[in-house]
Design a protein around this ligand. Structure first.
Ligand code: BGC
Length: 967
């Protein structure tokens, strides 16, 4: 199985929504669903990070206002027709073949089809599409037509279409979605353009499109809200004809722009031809994968891990860091949850912080920019500090809907989920994780964490001898009130209260890191007091989800077996889920997800509660039996909390979380957008849970307990400015190849020192790179690299690792460690690919010459010896001593009778566990004397020195080779 592709064979109208969502292409600035460019069975969607609009609708007798991520004009439409035929549409066409292939490694979606028209003409179409990761304004689609049994004119119609609305989610269709107004279209030279303005936020959107095609000039058709151009390609039987549509998408939110329309025109005009655009795009992805790589054992698992990383980076890429955008719960892949930002970043950011800290910092900045709004919200609600909204969009005000539709009963119901104040705890948790991962706490991050702490402290009110937080909702959205109560909210949600105690401890530490922000003594003392006596309830020997939970009734689980959305099912039955001990998703168990067992018991003890033996395992199984997993996040959390106690069950939950989207486990929700939290959560599970990677103030700790099926786990991470390679199997974890359980900042995992400069030069020359190129790859100045090459000095550890990476070697090797060791330490990579090389590639690899090994039957038995060799006129030449043992062994003494020998060259890339080997077999001869002067010019210099005047030549009769690689 190729773990880098997702394939959809055939045209399945019912499955199109799911395929479109999973085949979305994006670059962190905007994304386009994998809708077909033709036909009617399509839900096109293009969404730009942070591009929202609000609109009023009238439902259930009320006016409600919703803010949506706006579905932008559609750049995809393109169809074609054979002479006198209808425009191609997959749902009507006589399809002979139809296949979509998503290349996860390079971010390319390919559609291949063959269709027969009514006149029996067969045409093959290959369409490749990308949304550029290199130039975040650009997208392109190249279509290659091959007329298989005919010649003649083929019409191609391409359009920029502004007639789109937010109508991708069926249950929102009673709400208005016509966000685009003031459409305009036009052309400039050979470029078409379309602009529109969002109704309320007044964001201008501009698309500019360029068609590169041979043949006659196009015919234009212009309406106010769409613009079409029609080309005629003169196709000849068997000869491919290519048409490329390149578009630029600009908005008035962009930086470095005068106006959206001229920006789009300028971007598309300077866009390179498709092949160059593709090469740059693929190279940008390659760079991302170098940091994002996460290898696991098992092909299917590996494919899903690739899929999750791919969609995560399409939603949140280095381009997002600069955009003032948050983590949309459903990616930029669909309209569910209206592109809103919930607490899902809690499941996504820990993975990003250890690989792309700049993206993670950008996401924190999205929150920080909305701090004034959150402060106002807290003040208006009678609290201090900053109260972040449960659902956030453009400006940080509360975007949670006030009514939601129960599709099962058809009723619009009040929605109180804005009471999930715990979203602030997720933000603070991410600030802290970012600090532990990077070692840096910018003052504004400290400000964010401190203001959130202030808010939770101000919600805590003394009742008797305990502080209580009343009137909230926990992550379990089934309990928004006590049964029959008039006022929504529950009291002392254990997750909220324990995490508040955790936060107040972190706030104290944060205050020490940001001296300008230190709260006054009275405030600190109040935090200490709250942090030592917040209320947590217990019942039946377990932690109670909230005060009064014990009094709820048990649900008849038998009756509702397999129902994930109990809230909807019960409401449709005239009942209320609030009455029951039933959870939508992990709530109390979130504590075991975010805190280590020691941290959690430490906090409970600090609050003055005795921690009875077995409290946590009992609590885990108690809630496990009472959870319907109505959110994809639930499986992630349960896989985590069971990872040590019940590994088989943990694996089952992990598998479910992995399948959330690829198998659409919730039956239809993925078509409305991927579940980014679950995708990020599975990746975080691999690193922080199964690998046991724990970030601590004094370094990182590894405590792997890999599920049996995982086999092997390896990943590069970025920890406090250093690039580390971590891998683990069932026995141990290694950091940069050295077994260890903990790694402290500054600790150099390497042995011995050597002549660093000489080795840098050696590796640089081995790779054929200039100083400038190496310096750029290692993110250092060429001047400093020259200095390191020429002076006996040592860079700091971070620079050393970057340099080793740039030179495709290890820091240890650069320092001279491991010199006497045979190559090939550490395990193989997960899912290695063994590629058989053709002769041309083998010759290319051995072409530069170097050291190879000759193998022959020597007088003392089979012998293998290294020789310095060069290629000369297609043969291998090396030198040996005339009359020496090798000379003797390789002579038959008979004219015309050859000895056939083997010659092998190989290369190991230890860092990446990649390598190749080439085997040459052929007869061996002395180079005749008259040819020696010419062969000498090849310049073979044996390392062994001495008298080696005899030139030997191996004729390359048979050449074979293999390459092992992962990425
Ligand atoms: C879950 C929330 C989540 C939201 C967005 C809801 O179904 O209950 O925890 O934040 O989806 O993913």
């Amino acid at each position: 199985m190729n773990t880098w592709i997702l394939v959809y064979d055939g045209f399945d109208p019912k499955g199109e929504g799911l395929r479109e969502a999973l085949c979305t292409l994006g670059n962190g600035r905007f994304a386009t669903r994998g809708a077909t460019p033709d036909g009617e069975v399509r839900t096109p969607g293009t969404y730009a990070a942070g591009c929202y609009d609000r609109i009023d609708s009238f439902v259930a007798g009320r006016t409600v206002t919703n803010e949506d991520i706006v579905n932008l004009p559609d750049w995809l439409p393109l169809t074609f027709a054979t002479p006198d035929g209808d425009w191609f549409a997959p749902e009507r066409a006589d399809l002979l073949a139809y296949r979509h292939v998503l290349d996860l490694r390079h971010g390319v979606l390919t559609r291949k089809l063959r269709w027969r028209d009514d006149a029996g003409r067969v045409t093959a179409v290959r369409q490749r599409r990308l949304v550029s990761m290199a130039d975040p304004y650009l997208a392109a689609m190249q279509t290659t037509f091959t007329a298989e049994n005919w010649s003649g004119p083929l019409r191609v119609r391409s359009m920029l279409d502004g007639r789109v609305a937010n109508d991708g989610v069926a249950r929102y269709r009673d709400l208005r979605g016509d966000h685009l107004t003031c459409h305009d279209t036009g052309t400039q030279d050979d470029i078409t353009w379309l602009t529109a303005i969002t109704r309320c936020s007044r964001i201008t959107i501009a698309l500019a499109g360029r068609i590169d095609a041979p043949g006659r000039p196009c015919v234009l058709h212009r309406e106010a809200d769409n613009i079409t151009c029609e080309h005629v390609l003169d196709v000849s039987r068997g000869r491919p004809a290519v048409l490329t549509k390149t578009v630029a998408l600009a908005t008035s939110r962009d930086h470095a722009s005068h106006d959206a329309r001229s920006a789009a025109l300028r971007h598309v005009r300077r866009a390179p031809p498709f092949d160059d655009l593709l090469a740059r795009h693929a190279a940008a992805w390659e760079r991302l994968w170098q940091c994002a790589r996460l290898d696991v054992g098992g092909a299917e698992l590996s494919r899903i891990v690739h899929l999750h990383i791919f969609h995560l980076l399409q939603t949140l890429s280095p381009h997002t860091a600069d955009l003032d955008a948050g983590v949309p719960a459903r990616g930029l892949h669909g309209e569910a949850y209206r592109g809103h930002v919930f607490w899902d970043e809690l499941f996504v950011q820990p993975w990003l912080s250890l690989r792309f800290p700049e993206i993670s910092l950008g996401l924190l900045r999205y929150r920080w920019r909305r701090l004034p709004e959150a402060r106002d919200a807290a003040r208006e609600a009678g609290y201090g500090g900053a109260m972040f909204p449960w659902q956030s969009g453009s400006d940080g005000r509360e975007e949670t809907q006030i009514l939601h539709l129960n599709p099962q009963s058809g009723r619009w119901l009040p929605d109180h989920s804005h009471l999930q104040r715990h979203v602030g705890l997720a933000i603070a948790y991410n600030v802290w994780q970012h600090y532990l991962a990077t070692g840096s706490m910018p003052p504004w991050c400290a400000e964010l964490l401190l203001d959130i702490a202030r808010f939770f402290a101000s919600m805590a009110v003394r009742h008797g001898d305990r502080y209580e937080i009343r009137g909230v909702m926990g992550p379990d959205e089934y309990h928004d009130r006590y049964p029959g109560a008039a006022v929504p909210g529950v009291d002392n949600n254990a997750y909220t209260n324990v995490m508040t105690a955790w936060l107040l401890l972190r706030a104290r530490e944060t205050a020490r890191l940001a001296p300008d922000l230190v709260p006054d003594r009275a405030e600190l003392e109040r935090w200490d007091e709250i942090g030592s006596c917040l209320r947590v309830d217990f019942h039946d020997g377990v932690i109670s989800q909230f005060s009064g939970y014990a009094d709820l009734e048990e649900l008849d689980w038998h009756r509702y077996r397999g129902v994930r959305r109990l809230d909807r099912a019960l409401e449709a039955d005239g009942d209320d889920v609030n009455r029951y001990k039933a959870s939508k998703q992990a709530d109390t168990l979130m504590l075991c997800y975010l805190l280590t067992g020691d941290e959690l018991t430490g906090i409970l003890r600090g609050l003055g509660y005795p921690v009875e033996p077995g409290l946590l395992p009992r609590t885990i199984s108690y809630y496990l039996e009472r959870t319907s997993h109505g959110s994809t996040l639930s499986a992630v959390v349960h896989a985590w909390v069971l990872s040590r106690a019940n590994r088989a069950q943990s694996w089952r939950f992990f598998t479910e979380a992995l399948h959330s989207d690829i198998k659409d486990v919730q039956g239809g929700t993925t078509a409305e957008g991927i579940h980014l939290g679950a995708m990020g959560g599975t990746l975080d599970l691999l690193q922080r849970c199964y690998l046991g990677l724990e970030l601590r103030r004094d370094g990182l700790r590894l405590d792997p307990l890999l599920p049996g099926r995982l086999g092997l786990l390896s990943m590069p991470i970025r920890f406090r400015g250093r690039q580390l390679f971590i891998d683990a199997d069932h026995r141990q974890a290694r950091v940069n190849g050295v077994a260890c359980r903990s790694y402290r900042g500054g600790e150099a995992i390497m042995t011995g020192t050597g002549d660093l400069g000489r080795r840098i030069i050696h590796h640089r020359e081995r790779l054929g790179l200039t100083r400038e190129e190496v310096a750029e790859r290692a993110d250092m100045s060429p001047g400093y690299l020259t200095y390191l090459e020429e002076h006996p000095d040592m860079p700091d550890t971070g620079a050393l690792y970057r340099l080793a990476d740039a030179l495709r070697t290890t820091a240890e090797e650069l320092l001279g460690g491991g010199r006497e060791r045979p190559p090939g330490h550490g395990p193989a990579m997960a899912n290695p690919t063994m590629e058989v090389l053709d002769e041309e590639e083998c010759l290319r690899l051995i072409g530069p010459g170097g050291i190879g090994r000759v193998a022959f039957n020597g007088s003392h038995g089979p012998t293998v010896l290294p020789v310095n060799y060069k290629m000369h006129e297609g043969a291998i030449v090396f030198r040996t001593a005339a009359g020496g043992p090798m000379d003797r062994d390789l002579r038959t003494g008979l004219e015309g009778v050859d000895i056939k020998i083997a010659f092998e060259v190989d290369l190991f890339d230890e860092t990446n566990r990649e390598g190749w080997s080439v085997l040459v077999q052929g007869p061996v001869h002395h180079v005749p004397e008259e040819e020696v002067p010419e062969v000498t010019r090849a310049g073979v210099t044996p390392w062994a020195g001495g008298e080696r005047h005899l030139y030997i030549r191996i004729a390359c009769q048979q050449i074979t080779g293999r390459r092992i690689h992962g990425l």
